[in-house]
Structures are given as C-alpha cells and as structure tokens.
Design a protein around this ligand. Structure first.
Ligand code: NAD
Length: 393
C-alpha cells in the first residue's frame, strides 16, 4: 500500500511509550527549570491578574488533583512541553505535594490545598491552572482558579451541568483569563485529518458514522466514577470522546437531534445510581447520522470511530487511546513519523500556553465544552423520556 504523510501535519508526532509511572529527579528535563526565567518576569507583575506573556516565555502550570491522570500522563507530558512546565500543585495531601515539589523541583510555596486555591493569586510563577479532579468538582475548582487570576484548563467532561459550565465561562470572562478543555484528540493528526476531510468534503459530506468507547471496568477500581455524586458513569467518562468525534465529522452545523437507550442493569452492586452503558444516535442538521455506544460492562473492549461519505471513509482504531492509534481512509493508511515521542497532552498544553503567549483563542475553548455538556444532558434526557431531543449547536 502506498504510504503518505498528511502534508499539513508532517511535524506532528505520535506520543511514544515513555514511562508513565516513574517520576524521578533524573527524568526531569532541563527545560522544566528554564521556566523560572519567565516566571521571574511575572513576579514583577500584579499578583492575581493574568499578565501578558513574552514570546520566549515558558508558562508555569499547576495541576489540581494528583490522581492517576495527573500522575500517569500530565506530569510526564509536562517534561516534554516546550512552552510550559510544572510549577505547582493543588492537593489534599501536603506530603504528596512535598514529594511532587521535590521530584519536579518547584518551590514548596507553590503547594496549595483545595481550600487555599484563592492564594494562587500570590503565586506569580503559576500562569495556568489545570483542573484534574472528579468531574463534578471541575466547576468549583475552575472558578476558584479564574478568580485567582489564572488561565484555566478543565479536564473532560467540562462540568456535569449546563449551569456549571456557563458559570465557569462567565468567571473566566470576568477575570479576563483564557479557558480551554483537556480535549487531547484535537491534537492528534488523525483527528486533524478527520476535521480536514469534513471541512474540505473530500469524500463528500459524511452521511454516516459510528463510534464505540466501551470496556469492562474492574470492581476493584470502583471509586467516584461508579457514582453520581462526583459525576461518574461511562457517558461522561468515555462517551464524551465519541461525542467529540461525531461533532468533528459533522463540522459546523446548526443542530443535532438525539435518541438514546440506557443499557440493562447487570451489576447493581456497583452501579447504584449511574448508567452501566448507553447507546445513542446523533442526527445532525446536515444529515450525518452517528451511532454511538459507551459502557463500563462490555466484555469485549471497543474503541473505534468510523465516518463515511459518498466518496470515501475514514476509520480510527484504538480511537480514544493515549497512543498507538491506527488510522486509515478509503484511499490510504494514515501514518507519520513517531520519533521523537511526544504525548498528545504535551501538544495540548503547549498549544494552550502558545494561545496565552500569542493572545489567540484555543481550538478547544470552554464553549466547546459547554456544547458537549449540553449534548450529554440531551442524551440523559432522551434515555429517561424515550423521546427524541432536539438541540441547537
Ligand atoms: P483519580 O480519581 O485518579 O484522581 C482524582 C484526584 O482528585 C485525586 O487526586 C483525588 O484525591 C482528587 N480529589 C479532590 N477532591 C476529591 C473528592 N472530593 N473526591 C475524590 N477525589 C478528590 O481520577 P483521574 O482518573 O485522575 O481523573 C481526574 C479527571 O481527569 C476526571 O475529570 C477525568 O475525566 C479526567 N481524565 C481525563 C483523561 C483524558 O484522557 N483527557 C484521562 C483520564 C482522566
């Protein structure tokens, strides 16, 4: 088969298989320390207000919530970033904070608790606050960060209610800080190709699509994801990626209508007040119909996306994984040079830092997060009522 690099994305690299767990002093790149130079320039500025950045500056990031995603992906990615570095943390555990400060060589004064987030305004070397807590807490932590004058990245799903999402957007607007969502797939070349195909209609307008993000969650991993209180459940956790891909295949359209069916309760001991699985169909106003499924109880892992138009198709396997995605179109296999390894999360955080430095909008703004929170709410409504739910986009 003839191999082809996607021309516009030659420089984008697949994230590699760098160690995800070991975060030691020796692993820390020199770049992480160089961030301090820019940071000192900030120190001279007014505390508590986002300051204009210099073009050569590296911005300081504070991670809020040091759970598995921060530890396994974001912190290692911050060793690969060029325009930002790990400058602090917000954690409920002072001991953990000290260990992170030691391992990543940031000052212990940049360890905050959830209760002292307002004090972030006195940390001039922290520019971006990245919210990585359970879903239902994103809003309160994002608002606290914005009020402290920091630019905000919120993990997906943006929030668990439309009202919360609107409140975060309003808080960021009021504080004049930028807001983005941790939608890493927007930084993967295969998804850039999907969006390009949608935009340029190379295969005609996509008419049908299908996305599955489902697996079996082990009982021993039961935690906040298995309950409603903190915004658990597969729709918000995994289904959000399928929603994202469907919207990429639809492009800039006016509306979507949604039908949904919740799957049967097979493990009520673990899934007391949330769905185990969900199947839904999104019919966009341009005619694209996307069938979507997500589940925590699928015996067989499913992780695929495919969109089809009158003149061709694109499919992505391991579609929502961190790495090792496989892509093809009806014309060609999608490949690109995987060296040196760069994590999607590094590309995502660097892009947001550049947005701040160059004062331009993020490609994954709060409004996109709000759109997806509305879609998620429509899925739950459609499943509960059995009715088709119409939504303006
Ligand atoms: P986790 O449970 O491993 O970590 C959550 C962290 O939040 C922990 O450090 C915990 O101590 C802290 N926390 C603060 N207040 C808490 C409270 N009241 N109850 C429970 N924990 C509390 O979860 P995770 O897998 O790291 O996920 C965190 C966020 O990151 C979620 O929003 C998730 O959707 C998102 N995430 C995104 C990706 C991605 O690829 N973009 C991948 C994984 C997780």
């Amino acid at each position: 088969m003839k191999k082809r690099l996607i021309p516009a994305q030659k420089s984008l690299l697949l994230p590699g298989r760098a160690s995800e767990t070991v975060v030691s002093r020796t692993l820390i790149s020199r770049r992480a320390f160089n961030g301090g130079i820019g940071a000192m320039a900030f120190a001279a500025g007014t505390a508590g207000h986002a300051q204009p950045a210099r073009p050569d500056q590296k911005l300081g990031v504070a991670l809020v919530g040091l759970g598995s995603y921060s530890t396994g992906e974001l912190a290692p990615a911050l060793l690969e970033t060029k325009s930002c570095y790990l400058a602090g943390v917000v954690t409920g555990s002072p001991e953990k904070g000290k260990k992170w400060a030691h391992d990543f060589r940031f000052p212990e004064r940049n360890i905050f608790s959830y209760e002292t987030m307002a004090d972030l305004r006195n940390a001039p070397d922290i520019d971006i606050v990245y919210i990585v807590t359970p879903n239902a807490l994103h809003a309160q932590h994002a608002i606290a960060a914005a009020r402290a004058g920091k630019h905000v990245i919120s993990e997906k799903p943006f929030t668990t209610s439309v009202a919360d999402a609107e409140a975060v957007i309003a808080a960021c607007r009021e504080a004049k800080v930028k807001l983005s969502i941790g939608y890493r797939l927007h930084f993967h070349p295969f998804y850039n190709e999907l969006m390009r195909l949608t935009r340029e209609k190379e295969f005609g307008e996509f008419t049908s699509a299908r996305g599955e993000n489902a697996y079996q969650k082990k009982d021993e991993t039961a935690g906040w994801r298995f309950g409603k209180t903190l915004g658990g459940g597969p729709v918000r956790d995994l289904g959000i990626y399928v929603i994202q891909a469907a919207c990429m295949a639809a492009g800039d359209v006016a509306s979507v209508s949604i039908t949904a069916q919740q799957g049967p309760a097979t493990r009520p001991k673990f899934f007391v007040d949330i769905e185990e699985s969900m199947a839904w169909t999104m019919t966009f106003s341009n005619g694209l119909v996307c069938d979507c499924t997500t589940s925590y109880v699928n015996k067989r892992e499913q992780n695929d996306f495919r969109a089809e138009g009158p003149q061709g198709w694109i499919k992505i396997k391991n579609a929502f994984g961190y790495r090792d995605l496989e892509g093809a179109t009806s014309r060609t296999r999608l490949i690109y040079n995987p060296r040196p390894p760069v994590r999607l999360q590094a590309l995502q955080m660097d892009d947001f830092a550049r947005c701040i430095i160059e004062d331009r909008p993020s490609r994954v703004p709060g409004e996109m997060g709000l759109r997806d929170v509305k879609i998620t709410a429509a899925i739950f409504e459609a499943a509960a009522t059995g009715e088709r739910v119409q939504l303006k986009l």
